[in-house]
Design a protein around this ligand. Sequence first.
Ligand code: PMP
Length: 406
Amino acid sequence: MSAPIGSPSREITDSGIWQAPLRAQFPIVTGHPDVTYLDSSATSQKPRAVLDAVQDYLTTSNANAGRGTYTWANHTTALIERARERVKTFLRDPDPERSEVHFTSGTTEGLRTVARDWLVPCLRDGDEIIVPFADHQANAAPWLEAQDLLARRGTAVTVREMPYEQDSRDYDQRALAALVNERTRFVAVTHVHHVYGADMNVHRVRDTVGPDVVICLDAAQSIGHKPVDMDALDVDFAVFSGHKTMALPGIGAVWARGERGPAFQPGGWSGSPNTTGIVSLHAALDWLENAGLDRIERWTVDLGVRLTDGLSRLGSYQVLGCPLSLTADSTVQRRQGIVTFRHRRISSNDLGFILASHGLMVRADGHCQGRAGERDTSVRVSLHIYNTPDDIDRLLDILAGLDRES
Ligand code: PMP
């Protein structure tokens, strides 16, 4: 059984011995003891190592890449190439000789790039693609835009809705299998759901759709939070944002396996690269791997369980998403460190303001879900390695006060 509010579970207390030194590496966290940042799914805080890497680059060898006859420019070009390789090793790329890493400004642009530069040239009249409309809209809009663009050129592509299980909000593999036919070329999926926190069953999608369908993974909420292994997942594209993985804003990456379909060749002239972003991304991936992605995952999942357990004891709150993940005893881990809920009488917007007045930073809105998403707004708490059981208890204390009052 779970521990009562205020008495940390043994697991969390024990592992806190290693967590405290990691937390101490986030100047914005240690510098603001009066506030609690609980919005890491929107963007993550940055460890000192990332800030230092950027400062070091800018004060020792800042130059533009790919154009130089001098050391700083050549150094910058080499940094970018090394960062590409780092993304591959971070993702446990099984065939780095063949794959590509393309830097973008983030997940939204990355998914758009896959749609515009890979999917549009590939699709033929009568082809079908499958789109997850209850996931983030960044993983729906680009595929619809591709369909529109093709339609204007006289190529009719059918977009099918990814089916979801009613209770778990996970992908419904059986219904998905029934959707796939010989015209299905492409399926877009999300690794960790940004509202429900569900660790979606993407590892099963390859078996469901067969060997030839191209799978594109939105890994915005999984990379940096848990080990992500391209070999095990057998997807063709993985897309993520640096700012959610402890790097600077304005950088992200598309990893492309390069096995199914034509090579991924992002088109167009993209101008000067975001060198500081790329430097920060490399440093962030190093930091995350050294910190230990298994440990980060366990820590944030435990904190999420502490929160869902606490909420389940308060009558006024409804947690959205998979019920199985509400207990620490769940044999299948179904929820990462993202917990989204509503108060039955207080609006989510008001709840956001009330929590902010107590120094608790959460996200309170509709969370940019696609058209099959929630109708009403909600409050999302999203956790990272710098959060603590105290953060959760502080939140639960205030939520408990609002439970009694209303
Ligand atoms: N996909 C998911 C699952 C997300 O959570 C987000 C950001 N909330 C995005 C895509 C878009 O990421 P970005 O704004 O960094 O492009």
